[in-house]
Design a protein around this ligand. Sequence first.
Ligand SMILES: [Zn+2]
Length: 170
Amino acid sequence: MPLLNIVNCLDPILRKKCQRVDNIDDSLITLTEDMIETMYDSSGLGLAANQIGRTSDLFVIDVGIEQEKRDPVVIINPVITASEDEVMGEEGCLSIPDIFAEIKRAQHVEVKGYDLRGNEVRYEAEGFLARAFQHEMDHLKGGLFWDNLSKAKRDMLKRKFKKKLKELQT
Ligand SMILES: [Zn+2]
């Protein structure tokens, strides 16, 4: 299975809201298999469709992270149906490599969506997994984790990212 190219935060597709998936066909299934492989190859725990240049409303996520075992799932047309308690924690993103920041997130979330067979699925998550769910949901709405920071902090991280990008290209 081919690895997919992960776009970085300068790509406008990451600012696009992903579109509802109405039809789960073979090409979509193959896409999600490739996304899972790409996620692990990049040492990520979640990957949203627009991060690999698509606008389908879905992400892949490793729901085994709290148990320290691999348990990748695909969630289509996901929604957060409940969230409670706020907590600060460090966050990074495969589309903003090497940049990390403390972000406030709900400690518990419930997420509903559909699996690749079109069956409804529901996940309750807390801690790091809850954070990962919220991070991927932001992507699907055209958001990035640093949108949750002040403009000054975000601009500082953006400059840092662009500097790193330049270093990589020279
Ligand atoms: Zn991300």
